[in-house]
Write a protein of this length. Structure first.
Length: 450
């Protein structure tokens, strides 16, 4: 069990974390025909939208209630009512995710009362679901905002009780914010190998995987979990939860539906993949398919191939809590030494991280600890690039945002094949780094300079 340390600094010098509203909006982007609506200032929503567009390189559905100085002081209830009515008339979303940001929380917005006023003023819009979530910027990080939104989605759109009939071939998959669209697609294929169909919540693999649509453009999300599928989750055979940040949402779903629930802190690395595979075999009542056994053999071979390149490598790891936990276990299993682990905020995953300590901090702490402890590799999002450059170390980009390379959201790091890809990327980074060192030449050779 790791000790969780928080530096006694008055401010974040070089922020590692991304705010809760970004995470909450990201969860709603995984729903079909949805529109996240941030109750806050226009500039905040524009900044968050820019983060999404630079990371995914896709059009992003995101709107704001555009609070200003006057409404911040006198009240912005009318902004919410007007924004919801405008969205309904112009875009006709099936789901609106109403995210209360730090400005609205500080102003003292009463979201339930405002929604009641909207319903009273516009009874004709009863079919449009509005899911409110409180995600202040002053607490948590992207991961916690994402988890709060998933809980709100299940609360407002999920099943109310057990289903009269179960579908043996259907499972629920609650996917943490640490999973990329590429990860979601890999998980879907993993489940299909056992004949299982998944209701993924949220389904970023269907909405933000970078596909074109026949219409050319839509103001709403390009795919995602349909609203009827969320309401029918009680009919599934079981619920699979990837990421400790969603454990609370899973417990609430289990209380309503009585479904068996299986929790996985991560799905990267041999042990994690084996645990997930055995669980799927148990649920489906089938043996492990040959192609998965072959993928496992390929991962084992990659572990043998990369052990001499990676064994003993000293790593500084910085990410949201779920990702810190999953990667720390994976790296330790491959013989790398995580000499500095930093999380953007406190989270349920940190207590179980297999390290002596985890620091809740920023990139200033990453740079200081990496230098003091002799790190040879940095693992962080794209904001860690300047730190890696100053230290002269390679950077493995992971988490959110990744803005300085193409295709990051489509890469899978889960499953046997995803773990194998990640191993090769780590090994190639270290190989390329050490190739830059000039070969040693003895001073006693006649052609060597003295």
């Amino acid at each position: 069990m790791a000790a969780i340390l928080a530096p006694a600094k008055a401010l974040a010098v070089n922020p590692l974390k991304v705010s809760q509203p970004v995470g909450a909006a990201l969860a709603f982007l995984g729903l079909a025909r949805a529109m996240p609506l941030e109750h806050g200032a226009r500039g905040c929503a524009a900044f968050n939208k820019l983060f999404f567009m630079r990371h995914f390189r896709e059009p992003i559905a995101l709107q704001t209630t555009a609070m200003d100085q006057v409404t911040t002081i006198l009240g912005a209830d009318d902004n919410v009512v007007e924004a919801l009515a405008t969205l309904a008339a112009r875009d006709r979303p099936e789901v609106v995710g109403l995210v209360a940001t730090g400005l609205a929380e500080t102003q003292g917005a009463d979201i339930p009362r405002t929604l009641a006023a909207f319903r009273a003023a516009h009874p004709e819009l009863a079919a449009m679901a509005v899911v409110p979530v409180s995600a202040t910027d002053t607490q948590g990080c992207l991961e916690s905002g994402f988890a709060l939104a998933v809980e709100a989605i299940l609360e407002h759109l999920g099943p109310r009780g057990p289903a009269a009939r179960r579908r043996p071939g259907q499972v629920n998959l609650l996917a943490s914010s640490m999973l990329s669209p590429g990860d979601i697609d890999a998980l879907r294929l993993w489940l299909e190998a056992f004949g299982l169909d998944a209701v993924v919540l949220p389904d970023l693999g269907d909405s933000l995987d970078g596909h074109l649509i026949e219409a050319g453009y839509s103001p709403l999300t390009y795919g995602g979990t349909p609203r009827p599928a969320i309401a029918a989750m009680a009919a599934s055979a079981a619920t699979l939860v990837v990421g400790p940040s969603l454990d609370r949402a899973a417990r609430r779903l289990a209380e309503r539906t009585g479904l068996p629930t299986y929790h996985f802190p991560g799905l990267t690395g041999l042990d994690a993949c084996d645990a997930f595979t055995h669980t799927l075999a148990k649920i489906a009542g089938r043996p492990v398919p040959p192609r998965l056994l072959r993928a496992r053999d390929r991962l084992l071979d990659a572990m043998v191939d990369c052990q001499f390149q990676l064994g003993g490598t000293r790593v500084a790891l910085a990410a949201d809590p779920d990702l810190v936990g999953a990667l720390a276990a994976f790296l330790g299993g491959m013989g790398l030494e995580v000499v500095a682990a930093l999380a953007s905020a406190r989270g349920p995953a940190l207590a179980a991280v297999p390290l002596p300590e985890v620091v809740v901090g920023d990139f200033e702490d990453v740079e200081r600890l990496a230098r003091e402890r002799g790190a040879e590799l940095i693992i962080a999002n794209s904001h860690g690039a300047p730190v890696a450059a100053r230290l002269g170390l390679p950077l493995l980009r992971t988490g959110f945002p990744i803005t300085d390379i193409h295709g990051a959201p489509s890469l899978a790091s889960v499953g046997y094949d995803g773990s194998r890809r990640l191993l090769f990327e780590l090994a190639n980074l270290m190989l390329g780094h050490y190739r830059e060192i000039a070969p040693y030449r003895s001073r006693y050779r006649g052609d060597a300079p003295c």
